[in-house]
Write a protein that binds this ligand. Sequence first.
Ligand SMILES: Cc1ncc(COP(=O)(O)O)c(CN[C@H](C(=O)O)[C@H](C)O)c1O
Length: 339
Amino acid sequence: MIDLRSDTVTKPTAAMKQGMIDAEVGDDVYKEDPTINKLEELAAEKLGKEAALFVTSGTQGNQIAVLTHCVSGNEVLLEKDSHIFYYEGGAISAFAGVQTRTIPSVNGAMNPLEIESAIRGQDIHEPETGLICIENTHNRAGGSVVPKENMKGIYQVASKHHVPVHLDGARLFNAAVASNCSIKNFTQYTTSVQICLSKGLGAPVGSIIAGDHKFITKARKWRKRLGGGLRQAGVLAAPGIIALTQMVERLAIDHENASLLASGIKNVSGLEVVNTVDTNIVLVDVSKKGLNSKEYLERLKENGVLAVPFGPSLIRFTTHYDVSKEQVQKALATLNTIH
Ligand SMILES: Cc1ncc(COP(=O)(O)O)c(CN[C@H](C(=O)O)[C@H](C)O)c1O
């Protein structure tokens, strides 16, 4: 099977597995796991923040950030197709007791003026705006890079109104590599940031959230309340260290493979690439094949290629560490055989 469903399917490298075996461990609830401490220090430095916290997933990281920034009854401004809104099971309301107010975007970039006009709280009838969330790269926009200038504009508006900004940076390293710039160019315009170790960076488990010391202290308590207190989890932090130190630059290969896939699909009749391929995601409209996305994916699976539905006639291909250029070329040959 050529698995293009998601970069979440990446398996740990041999170096990561060896690191897991060799990891020095301790009880992280007492902050005594040296490998987790090393990962958190490394991540904080790379993200340009005072402190960081190792969490079990991007969803947990995002939800802990909302719980830490907000109080129940707050309103959270976020992009209308963002992961926090679209894919986290309503956790933002279930756990934090906040309401969401979605903002449209162009390829994930929301208009700072539209955000400013949505900020509320002065009137007795209104909820206070507790948080503004950005997503970069933007998954449902096709892995688009949200320009740092746009993030700067949003951060300036948020700061003027004393509202924190949380960045869902599940694929932020993809944005930095695609933009050929330091990740701090993006994180400088955030109060807190979540990055995934377990997607394109290849770690088996986990994410990092980062912010100032006060934020991370509160976030650590929220993680404990959610049953996320880790014990000898250095065995999982070790591959995370390798992810941050050895797996970033190679994301460019995933981007090249996505561009190769997209340009090949342009020659397949009945298929239409609908996103500008900034990073490792290709969105394809299959409606001209006379099939819906689920039917088309079934045909694909029968022929050894996996992808995911992204709408009634839209499918998503995601390139990653475990799919080679040759496998992308094989997948293209398969796409040419499906009618
Ligand atoms: C932008 C963004 N933020 C957060 C998350 C959540 O990360 P996890 O909870 O899966 O670790 C994801 C995962 N995205 C997954 C995928 O793309 O296959 C699915 C949709 O949940 C994400 O794309």
